[in-house]
Design a protein around this ligand. Structure first.
Ligand code: FAD
Ligand code: DHB
Length: 406
């Protein structure tokens, strides 16, 4: 018995409904370009997955320029700096002062994804959740193809002009590039993060990045009522070894400061986050373009992963519009190099923040002193603090001309 394959045709086949895939589909639609997004997980899963929390100034502007700024402007928390804590002291790094008025916005990735899905579905876009057996083929030709099994069980084949691999680090698109054409640079770190979401108002007005002999800790937030906190743990840590009271005890110890108190509340969610730097390139093979975590990942310290994914697709949307509506190949040919320049900057910054702030297992007393000297320098020299600030708010600044998205 032969089973039916449902054939269809669109301009851009997008694999993955994370921030990269969804924003690409949205930006292309603003340019009059049709796409389909296929996603292995359910809509509820994509909207609930706890991940990043900080938008660079340019990312927030990009979302606004694309008509996605209403809830971001109502509910996002603008932060003009961060705190760096070490050796029992907390120092403020004032981004606005150091960067000529720039700030970041605390607005969770879950909310960015919810806004994008709502906007795409309201515009009648094709997003297929719960697909399986996704395949990409013929990327080296002018008519690449996307195949998948829909949630209802039917097999689909979509002929496209272009494929966009926005399927994250464990996706199928990067491995679809023939071996030997891709160069990979990567490093892992001898620690991981234990992250919690807690039903308690943040104990701080801005994020606290804390270096402590027991390990790094980060106090972030999601809303004025919900806190997000992280602890450095061993890379092979078992979450079962961390009951809530052990987590709070370590958070209290690492953030301890005379006259300041950490508010505690019910833990809503907890998990271990591995840390790795990974950069692959080129981000294109024929008519298959990679974007976001599919091509590169950074350790979370410094909050760059989500911002890089958004920056990639801002560049890709322009390149594909030029290719598909005017037949111009220049921007598509430059896509990988354009993105990788920003990717390497963010990769260096995330590595620098990570190695400056974590307790390195087995570090010699000499290395520990060098690390403290670096922290003292960043919190005492305006030049050093400016380096941190301009990278944190986004370097180079993502430019979004309002006229780009009519
Ligand atoms: P993703 O968000 O990973 O989206 C890829 C999508 O593709 C997923 O929905 C996936 O289900 C789908 N997919 C995968 N395979 C297939 C397939 N075969 N077919 C169809 N769909 C497929 N960054 C920060 O800046 N700060 C943080 O605190 C932070 N915390 C993180 C915590 C975790 C646990 C993880 C994994 C990442 C974290 N990041 C953080 C990184 C940030 O969330 C990512 O950089 C960002 O999600 C990248 O977006 P993306 O769209 O490229 O990829
Ligand atoms: C968050 C995560 C980060 O890695 C970071 O540097 C800042 C904030 C967060 O999840 O809120």
């Amino acid at each position: 018995m032969t089973s039916t394959v449902h054939a269809m045709r669109t301009q851009v086949g997008i694999i993955g409904a994370g921030p990269a895939g969804l924003l690409l589909s949205h930006l292309l639609a603003l340019r009059g370009i049709d796409s389909i997004v296929v996603e292995v997980r359910s809509r509820a899963h994509c909207e609930a997955r706890q991940r990043a929390g900080v938008l660079e100034a340019g990312s927030a502007d990009l979302l606004r320029a694309a008509g996605l700024g209403a809830r971001l402007d109502r509910e996002g928390l603008e932060h003009g700096g961060i705190y760096l804590q070490f050796a029992g002291q907390r120092h403020h790094v004032d981004f606005r002062d150091l960067t000529g008025g720039q700030a970041v916005t605390v607005y969770a990735q879950t909310e960015v994804v919810k806004d994008l899905i709502a906007a795409r579905l309201a515009a009648g876009a094709a997003i297929e959740f719960g697909v399986s057996d996704t395949e990409v083929a013929d990327a080296g030709t002018d008519r690449p193809v996307l195949r998948y099994t829909g949630a209802g069980g039917g097999r689909h084949e979509v002929r496209c002009d272009v494929l966009a691999g926005c399927d994250g680090f464990h996706g199928i698109c990067r491995p679809a590039i023939p071996a030997g054409l891709l160069t990979v640079h990567e490093t892992s770190y001898p620690y991981a993060w234990l992250g919690i979401l807690a039903d308690v108002p943040p104990s701080t007005d801005e994020l606290i990045y804390c270096h402590h002999p027991d390990g790094f800790a980060l106090h972030s937030m999601r809303t004025p009522w919900i806190s997000r906190l992280y602890l450095q743990v061993a890379p092979d840590e078992d979450i079962a070894a961390w009951p809530d009271d052990r987590i709070w005890a370590q958070l209290r110890k690492r953030f301890a400061l005379p006259g300041w108190e950490l508010k505690e509340g019910p833990v809503l969610e907890k998990g271990i986050i591995p840390m790795r730097s990974f950069v692959s390139g080129p981000m294109r093979y024929g008519r298959l373009f990679l974007a976001g975590d599919a091509a590169h990942i950074v350790p979370p310290t410094g909050a760059k992963g989500l911002n890089l994914a958004l920056a990639d697709v801002a560049v890709l949307a322009e390149a594909l519009a030029s290719l598909l509506t005017c037949g111009h190949t220049g921007l598509a040919d430059a896509y990988s190099d354009t993105c990788r320049s920003r990717v390497w900057r963010a990769t260096h910054f995330s590595w620098w923040m990570t190695t400056m702030l974590h307790a390195t297992p087995g570090a010699s007393p000499m290395e520990a002193q060098l690390q403290l000297s670096q922290l003292r320098y960043v919190t005492s020299s305006r030049a050093a603090a400016t380096t941190l600030a301009e990278n944190y708010v986004g370097y180079p600044q993502l430019k979004t001309a309002a006229k780009t998205y009519p």
